[in-house]
Design a protein around this ligand. Structure first.
Ligand code: ADP
Ligand code: MG
Length: 642
């Protein structure tokens, strides 16, 4: 018997669940579903975003209503139009094998008479935003006097948005005997008040810690001077070539300005704020979901409805006025058991807010330096090299090959590689050659290649996440190989094709000598001293989790509270995982968990590459391919050679 069957769900739901590819219930589902199926009770369920709350109330409500009776039996209230549509969609998917069941979405900004018509045709379930619902009640377009179930989804958000009056008015229009199910990520006073006034000794389900942050999200801050906010953002984006992110600004104007600058600079970006028309907003969200937009710049209000999986980074371009809002922002990433990062670009004067937020989310921030130009060039270069290596060839191009070969025939392979890389890469070099490094941290510059005699030394190593490492497994691996103690390695930063780490200077010679002699499955490890010290000598904030007691499980998702325990492990064709040929990577000490825990059922198109829209920035192909191209080219050549 599968786990969902054990919860008491019936055949038609089990079939739909199978279609969805859900393998195991999430924690909130495991706790809520049997309880709700078994008896008619009020509940308050608290769980972080992305933990599967929709199904936690959706499955039971579908099973409990009578699809043969066309009266409205359940009302689901949700804060925004986006969410309302999303929930409606999900409910329709869950109930696709239940004959006669109709779910209608009711929200502002669309024709109210059309919605009323849909309801008149018979809607057992109505999913509504509070404002529009109240409107329809006032106009006598809907009858909720006999409903059996009222569900308040994202109750904290609804109350945050000032829907208290609408909600209480709507609730008083429903019968006393119904069951009320309240779902929320946090439990502020207003939510407790609703529970107290409108619910009947509700059972409480809590997943994870009340009001605390999501354990799958790690938090980092970057100290810059105010005028460097934008260049810092650009660097963070460039240092994460596969970034898929929401960037939060405080005002509509900043949101628009930052988005425009990003677009000008060749990124796939767009703005989302209240001055856009509904159609414009829909268009932006559609492109974002479809990954045509890689960086969505948004205000807090506009971003409320964003429930997009797989967001890799939330970037706080500015911190919110209300620090509580930070939880909502960072909750946009780390959904469905995946790991995510919430970055804060901050100036000295705002620094105290970090500890205030730490108290609220009960997690520690890690202070990081803005990546240096050289670091970014390394990252981009490896990313590009790996893309060339992994790209799937479309044989449509075969017919053009003779002509192409003719053009390129005189170029030896070495030269060809240099030129190919330069086509994509020169703009990074050009930009970072002229831009000064901007971190306000304690970055010390050193002569490249010289082993320092004191302080912390930062190393570059040519293995990374595509070799199945995350920061924890790499740290363990290096410590074992180097026979170093628990605290001798720090600031381990794993990128796709390579990583950085620090040791004290006393270990530097050992690191260089030992690791450069290591061969893993025929591949030579290459270690070099990096110019960037990784944010000063302090180890205080080294990945919060392990030493400082902030997070307990680091980034690996296995131990998260409330996520999905076991997922279908087939990778979604994330480039970093499907490009592996399997056996040749089996040297990794442990399976990396954070990027592999995909649910496997939502096949998605590859993320777009921002290079595609940046033609204007590219230098012509003739330029500079023979120039002295700096340390990173040499490095790349060396480490790719074998
Ligand atoms: P929440 O409402 O708690 O923020 P959602 O209900 O929106 O979370 O679910 C987040 C994502 O997880 C959705 O894409 C949903 O389809 C998916 N999901 C829900 N339940 C499961 C499950 N049991 N197994 C795998 N994925 C699930
Ligand atoms: Mg939800």
């Amino acid at each position: 018997m599968n786990k969902f069957e054990q919860l008491g769900l019936n055949e038609s739901l089990l079939l739909a669940i199978k279609d969805l590819g859900f393998e195991n219930p999430s924690e909130v589902q495991e706790k809520a579903i049997p309880l709700l199926l078994e008896k008619d009770t009020d509940i308050v369920a608290l769980a972080q975003t992305g933990t599967g709350k929709t199904a936690a109330f959706g499955f039971p409500v579908i099973q409990k209503i009578d699809a043969e009776n066309r009266d409205t039996q359940a009302l689901i209230l949700s804060p925004t139009r986006e969410l309302c549509l999303q929930i409606t969609n999900e409910i329709k998917l869950y109930s696709k094998y239940v004959k006669g069941l109709n779910t209608v979405a009711v929200y502002g900004g669309a024709s109210i008479t059309e919605q009323a018509k849909d309801i008149r045709r018979g809607a057992q379930i109505i999913v509504a935003t509070p404002g529009r619902m109240q409107d329809m009640i006032n106009r006598g377009m809907v009858n909720i006097k006999n409903i059996d179930y009222c569900i308040l989804d994202e109750a904290d958000e609804m109350l945050n948005m000032g829907f208290y009056e609408d909600i209480t008015a709507i609730l008083s229009d429903t019968p006393k005997e119904k069951s009320t199910w309240l779902f929320s990520a946090t439990m502020p006073q207003e939510v407790a008040r609703i529970a107290k006034e409108f619910m009947n000794s509700p059972q409480e389900i809590t997943v994870g810690h009340k009001n605390s942050g999501n354990e799958n999200v790690s938090h980092e801050f970057y100290l810059v001077s105010a005028r460097d906010r934008y260049p810092a953002l650009k660097r963070l984006a460039d240092a994460n070539p596969d970034i898929f992110s929401v960037i939060f600004c405080r005002t509509k104007r900043d949101t628009q300005a930052v988005a425009e600058k990003l677009i000008e600079d060749g990124y796939n970006a767009a703005a989302l704020h209240g001055d856009l028309s509904q159609a414009q907003r829909d268009g932006v969200m559609k492109s974002f979901r479809g990954r045509q937009i890689q960086m969505l710049v948004a205000t807090d209000v506009a971003a409320r409805g964003i429930d997009v999986d797989d967001i890799t980074h939330v970037i706080n371009y500015q911190l919110p006025d209300e620090i509580e809002t930070y939880t909502h922002r960072s909750g946009r990433t780390g959904r469905a058991g995946k790991s995510g990062t919430s970055l804060v670009i901050i100036t000295k004067s705002e620094l105290r807010k970090i500890s205030q937020i730490e108290r609220i989310i009960k997690m520690k921030f890690e202070e990081k330096p803005i990546p240096s130009g050289e670091e970014i060039c390394q990252i981009q270069l490896f990313h590009l090299a790996n893309r060339i290596k992994d790209v799937e060839i479309d044989h449509e191009i075969d017919k053009y090959l003779p002509a192409i070969e003719e053009v390129l025939q005189d170029l030896p392979k070495d030269e060809l590689i240099k030129r190919m890389v330069s086509v994509e890469f020169n703009r990074f070099i050009a930009y970072y050659k002229k831009s000064r490094d901007i971190s306000q941290g304690t970055n010390e510059r050193r002569e490249p290649g010289v082993i320092p005699s004191n302080g912390a030394v930062r190393f570059f190593i040519n293995i990374g996440s595509r070799d199945n490492f995350d920061w924890m497994t790499l740290k363990d691996y290096l410590r074992d190989t180097l026979e170093l103690g628990q605290d001798d390695l720090f600031k381990v930063d794993v990128k796709e094709g390579f990583s950085f780490f620090n040791t004290d200077a006393e270990h530097a010679t050992k690191v260089m000598e030992t690791l450069n002699a290591v061969n893993i499955d025929g591949r030579k490890i290459n270690v070099e001293i990096s110019n960037n010290d990784g944010g000063g000598n302090s180890r205080r904030r080294d990945h919060g989790g392990r030493n400082s007691g902030g997070r307990s499980g680091g980034r690996s998702s296995g131990r998260n509270s409330g996520g999905f325990r076991e997922r279908n492990s087939s990778p979604r064709g994330e480039r970093s995982s499907n490009s592996r040929s399997g056996s040749d990577r089996n040297f990794a000490p442990r399976e990396r968990s954070s990027n592999k825990d995909d649910r496997g059922f939502s096949s998605r198109s590859e993320r777009p590459r921002r290079e595609s829209s940046s033609n204007s920035e590219r230098p012509s192909r003739r330029s500079s391919s023979n120039d002295s191209n700096g340390g990173f080219f040499d490095k790349a050549k060396r480490s790719r050679r074998d």
